[in-house]
Write a new protein. Structure first.
Length: 307
């Protein structure tokens, strides 16, 4: 965070006022001085009231008024809270010291929380890189880092965070495909499979958008990711078909290996000599048995191998 007093010129040629630290004096001393002036002035006026000295009485009353005026400059800051001080529209500085503080009573004091806040974005319906409608949501942890930018550069920084977060999530979803497919390169990052990379990209996107308002992104995670209801069933059937095809490939590959080993073992041990036609029949029968998803019914041959 830039703590200098120099304004920064943004890309849009606008002057941005960054935060500068202002250390206000401790408020307890001013409480003692203010109470002393109030009590002392009142006692002084009461003790000299019998003299009926109007100028002197006014001076004594003004002493009490001065004490009350000094007390009006007191303000209190909680931990992780800051106060922006301005004098007739001119930015003086930001006080980040917690406790009872005192500033010039003419200063305008605007408090802002520096605590971490969580934005749970609503579920958004957007189109992914392939044009499929998906539902996506995210939880974002953020805090005010530069109080001057947050209050002087943005009209309502909380609303700004909500709008920019939604824009960033929509833009992120359009940069990636939801899942792998025939039209997606094998090593390309997807929303479902590349969660770590997508989360990192979301944090970078949010940081770029929030930096203008002095907001820092602590964490960002996707909380909801699914196909839109209108295509969810179709995509589910597609995923099931891809899973079945993948499983069938593994089954066939294993069955071919087993048949190959069986024929090789029979040949090496010379248990039985098979011609090409019988080998083909045996291979066909073994593949049916090994690849079938239902139990097969064996047929016992009581004749010869050729009958």
């Amino acid at each position: 965070m830039d703590k200098s007093n120099k304004p920064v010129v943004a890309a849009g040629k606008k002057v941005l006022m960054h935060e500068r630290i202002h250390s206000s004096p401790d408020g307890y001393l001013m409480v003692a001085i203010g109470l002393l002036l109030i009590v002392g002035g009142a006692y002084w006026a009461w003790s000299g009231a019998a003299n009926l000295d109007l100028p002197g009485l006014l001076v004594k009353l003004l002493t009490s008024v001065l004490g009350a005026f000094l007390l009006s400059g007191l303000y209190m800051l909680q931990p992780n809270e800051a106060a922006l001080l301005s004098l007739f529209g001119q930015y003086i500085g930001t006080d980040r010291n917690p406790g009872l503080r005192w500033a010039n009573p003419f200063y305008a004091v605007r408090k802002v929380s520096l605590r971490a806040r969580t934005l749970n974005s609503p579920t958004l319906k957007v189109n992914d890189k392939r044009g499929n409608p998906v539902e996506i949501g995210a939880a974002i942890v953020w805090r005010v880092q530069d109080t001057a930018l947050a209050l002087f550069n943005i009209d309502d920084f909380e609303r700004f965070v909500n709008v920019q977060a939604e824009t960033a999530i929509r833009h992120l979803a359009s940069q990636y495909a939801y899942d792998e497919g025939d039209d997606v390169p094998t090593h390309e990052t997807t929303l479902r499979a590349g969660l770590d990379e997508v989360t990192k990209a979301l944090s970078v996107e949010l940081h770029k958008r929030f930096e203008f308002a002095g907001i820092d992104v602590e964490d960002a995670k996707l909380t909801h990711l699914a196909y839109a209801p209108e295509i969810a069933q179709v995509m589910l059937r597609r995923q099931q078909a891809e899973a079945i095809i993948s499983a069938r490939k593994k089954i066939v590959h294993g069955a071919v290996s087993m048949v190959e080993e069986a024929l090789k073992g029979l040949s090496e041990r010379q248990i039985v000599n098979l011609d090409d036609e019988r080998k083909a029949a045996m291979v066909s029968n073994l593949l049916v048995v090994l690849c079938s998803d239902k139990e097969t019914q064996p047929i016992i041959n009581t004749g010869t191998l050729y009958n």
